[in-house]
Design a protein around this ligand. Sequence first.
Ligand code: HEC
Ligand code: HEC
Ligand code: HEC
Ligand code: HEC
Length: 144
Amino acid sequence: MKTKKTLLILGFFFIFSVIYLFGGNDNITLEQIVVTPELKKEFPIKSHHDSLSLECIHCHDGQGNNPREFETPGDKGCLSCHKNKEYLANRLVFMDDLHANPHNSIHDGPNLFCDECHNEHKPSINMCAECHEHDIKIWMKETP
Ligand code: HEC
Ligand code: HEC
Ligand code: HEC
Ligand code: HEC
């Protein structure tokens, strides 16, 4: 009678272990993002971010495991670290005197999208230059 009970308990133990292992397997089989040297070369990260050892996932969070299918992260990918647009505008508030704070412009206030000026894997392009090609060199530095 006692052995039967022990076997029963062992049996349950076995079944739960199997469930646990298979359940756990879901995570193990998940494809991890492998950043090969070629991939790093194809999608270089700006030096100010590279020096902080930023990973793809910091900007492309929730975009799956295939780096080639990553999409433009948009503001969300930047503001996860850079807080919010008002905060950024305040950091360059000394530029307001000339109305040349790129994060708080006289036309759009702090409402522009980051990627209207900042790129990550290619040189940035300041959208103000579309109309103020000569002025912006006086107003502000090159877009990092
Ligand atoms: C994982 C956190 C993180 C993410 C995500 C991130 N950054 Fe940064 N970034 C930093 C830190 C930390 C610095 C250095 C300190 C600072 O200037 O705030 C920095 C610096 C910068 C700088 C300043 C360079 C300079 O010369 O002073 C720019 C521009 C910048 N980031 C733009 C962006 C943009 C645009 C995005 C979205 C595509 C982005 N960052 C996403 C953390 C992040
Ligand atoms: C209109 C173009 C423009 C837009 C839009 C823009 N930036 Fe900038 N950003 C610049 C320029 C130009 C500088 C350099 C200013 C200077 O130092 O003269 C800069 C500087 C920075 C810096 C470094 C200065 C600081 O405050 O620490 C960070 C960080 C940054 N931008 C992040 C962002 C993020 C995040 C967004 C989106 C919310 C954004 N920027 C939107 C043009 C832009
Ligand atoms: C600091 C933020 C940041 C990091 C870190 C980052 N990206 Fe990006 N990624 C961007 C932004 C912003 C864009 C939009 C295009 C651009 O600015 O170059 C982008 C676009 C892309 C695209 C779409 C390209 C296109 O033209 O449609 C791919 C693919 C991509 N990134 C791959 C990667 C890989 C792989 C890594 C890691 C090695 C990585 N990214 C790391 C911000 C980032
Ligand atoms: C689509 C064209 C266009 C874009 C893009 C644009 N502006 Fe303007 N901006 C104008 C026009 C038109 C005027 C009014 C005429 C003038 O004074 O040059 C003006 C006026 C200004 C003025 C006041 C006049 C002066 O010269 O002192 C400032 C400052 C300014 N813009 C800053 C910016 C900044 C910063 C950006 C980027 C965030 C920007 N502009 C983007 C068209 C544009």
